[in-house]
Design a protein around this ligand. Structure first.
Ligand code: PLP
Length: 369
């Protein structure tokens, strides 16, 4: 094809999809990356972090970024790697659990679908634990654990559908009782919950927690697809260090092969720039906007299944498909909650009060039709 035809086709596609988040992307857990992260991404996107001989300094950036993120979840000796998003992190975490001898996967219906997908791919045994108010019920876990034996218990810090946090401490106590380990899926909530609930032990402060998912591409302001797998220590991480004969270093880390330096450098840069204080300020601001939206929604006579603990608002409605499509026609894009009938707004950094007001007034209109 000629260059001008290629450019015109690309422009046509760009016009046909919503490319500006601020215009009305309200359901997705993605947000525009910070310009600093974009610049770092561009500098290193063509280099392979997994070639450790050539790019060892990039792997060092990766380890520093993972350590910093791990420290937010109470870890002090964490290692891990920058993945292609939360799904890969969850897959890698369950793989580690399996390699260390844990074959049962305890999870709830509110866990992200990447958990059951990973259990399926790894031929592990999924065991569904009951919930109480959309959070894992430790009593149900105890009896299932007694009946089925040890496993990896997956808790979620910020459920995708309703924004709840599983009781990580109580679940960890039960896990310890039945010789199990815990994986914390904090893909979204990992950059909110530790700052908004500083007295709760949501991660590695609990002995059985061996790994966590925390996605820089969600609230970290890093570009897609930067995900984070954080592992308690080198020993637990070992099965993810694979032999790779033709590489000069003779090995590579992670589930996949060639890994772009872009997400790694971008994550390091933005994590160092924002730091604990920057992410804490963002977390408080997002929760403030979340409460604002909750109020507005209740003002329309609508209900949420539960008060969310992270910036995810599920608005119950039997006609969720109709609502989602009617709003999309007006340029406001939400998702369905999934777990319960309803539509879901994720209050990401680009979701300002003005955007929430636009959403609420459109929702009012659609509901009155
Ligand atoms: N875990 C949780 C709790 C999530 O909310 C998500 C995505 O929304 C994921 C995992 C999967 O992340 P990704 O879409 O980056 O693979």
């Amino acid at each position: 094809m000629k260059l001008e035809d290629i450019m015109s086709r690309l422009a046509e596609v760009a016009r046909s999809v919503p490319i500006h988040y601020r215009d009305g992307i309200l359901g997705s857990m993605t947000t525009p990356p910070h310009p600093l992260a974009k610049a770092a991404f561009d500098m290193f996107q063509g280099l392979n972090v997994n070639d450790e001989e050539l790019y060892r300094p990039l792997r060092e950036l990766e380890e520093e970024a993972i350590k910093e993120l791990g420290s937010y979840l109470g870890g002090s000796r964490c290692t891990g790697y920058i993945t292609s998003g939360g799904s890969e992190s969850n897959l890698a975490a369950l793989y580690l659990a399996r390699e260390h001898g844990f074959n049962n996967v305890y999870y709830t219906a509110a866990a992200h679908h990447s958990i059951t997908k990973a259990a399926y791919l790894l031929r592990m045994r999924p065991v569904e634990v009951k919930m109480k108010e959309y959070r894992m019920d430790p009593a149900s876990l105890r009896s299932l654990c007694k009946a089925n034996g040890p496993g990896v218990v997956v808790v979620t810090v910020g459920t995708t559908s309703v924004g709840t946090i599983d009781p990580v401490e109580e679940v960890s106590d039960v896990a310890a009782e039945c010789d199990s380990i815990v994986h914390v899926d904090a893909a979204l909530g990992g950059l909110v919950a530790p700052f908004v609930y500083p007295n709760r032990k949501l991660g590695f402060q609990n002995g059985p927690v061996m790994s966590a998912t925390l996605d820089p591409h969600k609230l970290g302001l890093a570009p897609l697809p930067a995900g984070g797998l954080i592992v308690r220590d080198e020993h637990w991480f070992k099965p993810l260090d694979f032999k790779a004969e033709y590489y000069p270093a003779g090995h590579q880390v992670g589930l996949f092969g060639t890994r772009s330096g872009g997400p790694v450098a971008a994550t390091w840069a933005i994590v160092k720039y924002m730091g604990r204080d920057g992410y804490a300020a963002q977390a408080h601001e997002l929760m403030e906007r979340t409460r604002y939206l909750l109020n507005e929604v209740k003002g329309l006579g609508l209900e949420t299944p539960v008060d969310p603990e992270v910036p995810v608002v599920c608005i119950e409605h039997a006609g969720d498909d109709y609502l989602m499509r009617s709003l999309a026609k007006e340029g406001v894009y939400v998702y369905k909650c999934g777990l319960v009938p309803g539509i879901r707004v994720v209050v990401m950094p680009h979701v300002t009060k003005a955007l929430l007001d636009k959403f609420v007034s459109l929702l009012r209109e659609v509901l009155s039709q």
